[in-house]
Design a protein around this ligand. Structure first.
Ligand SMILES: [Ca+2]
Ligand SMILES: [Ca+2]
Ligand SMILES: [Ca+2]
Ligand SMILES: [Ca+2]
Length: 285
């Protein structure tokens, strides 16, 4: 062995030793890109999550690591939320045609096929009133709601045309959120707790949601709609729509409780005056 090669192998040995020392001295080390830290097993400390391209590595603060294979193709982290109602957040991964949910607490994964076409997450919300967030997906002509707690999916047909989700709101006051959707001339409300949809015809003309608030003092939030010459208040809980005619140009000032009685008032600027809708009383003045 020449002095040169001895020197090289000695350096390599030193490098290997230093690397081992680095690894053992620093359990937080990982090959891969740090994605974020969440409490995934419910122990009150944060686990670190790393993207290693074809797999995810989860590192616990006690130094233990666990890997979850994902895909050799492209994938993205969709959501981190409690999806099963047990302590610890689940990782929901967009793997293209399906969603993989990782429950690190039990080291389990479950796949939910979605579509080979385009789809987009709407968000997570407690839509059935039972602990754990539901995951709502826009799959084009329908909404798919995934309840990971029971490994169930349910689809709600919406429209072949364009539609826009209007957020998660508890519209009937039962502690579960509904998902209202602007389908153009109507609002279709997905009430996942009872697995129904209900349509409220609004207008084939221009309209926009101005706010969601309890306006009538009864359980559930109402949807306040700007329909140009009319303010419509959609009361999902009792299935009615209040029409308040507002002539001329006006703008929304605020939706707030003005009179101290249950239910918010809708206050409009109309020219140099204000008009106030007292929906609990069914009047505008
Ligand atoms: Ca959980
Ligand atoms: Ca739930
Ligand atoms: Ca509800
Ligand atoms: Ca109400």
């Amino acid at each position: 062995m020449s002095p040169k090669s001895a020197s090289i192998s000695g350096r390599s040995w030193l490098h290997a030793t230093l690397l081992l020392l680095t690894l053992s001295a620093s359990p937080g080390y990982a090959a891969g890109v740090f994605i974020g830290a969440w409490d995934l097993n419910g122990d009150g400390t944060l686990e670190s999550v790393y993207n290693n391209l074809s797999y995810i590595e989860v590192q616990q603060t006690d130094g233990q690591t666990r890997t979850y294979s994902i895909s050799n193709g492209a994938w993205t982290l969709l959501q981190t939320a409690d999806l099963d109602g047990a302590a610890g957040a689940e990782l929901a991964i967009n793997v293209g045609s399906f969603i993989r949910v990782i429950t690190h607490r039990t080291a389990a994964t479950r796949d939910y096929s979605i579509s080979n076409g385009s789809w987009a997450p709407i968000g997570v919300s407690n839509m059935d009133g039972v602990a754990g967030q539901e995951l709502a997906i826009n799959v084009g002509s329908f909404v798919r709601v995934i309840t990971h707690r029971t490994a169930a999916t349910r689809d709600y047909a919406i429209s072949g045309g364009a539609w826009v989700p209007l957020g998660f709101h508890d519209l009937n006051g039962d502690g579960a959120t509904e998902l209202p959707i602007n389908t153009g001339a109507a609002i279709r409300v997905v009430e996942h707790k009872t697995a129904v949809t209900r349509d409220f015809s609004i207008s084939s003309g221009t309209w926009a949601l101005m706010g969601v608030a309890d306006t009538n003092g009864q359980p559930g939030a109402e949807m306040v709609i700007n329909n140009v010459s009319t303010v419509k208040i959609v009361r999902y809980a009792n299935g009615t729509i209040g029409d308040y005619h507002v002539p001329g140009f006006w703008t929304l000032r605020m939706i707030t409780n003005m009179d101290g009685l249950a239910g918010d008032e809708v206050v409009l600027n109309s020219g140099s005056t204000t008009k106030t809708i007292y929906d609990a009383q069914g009047i505008i003045r």
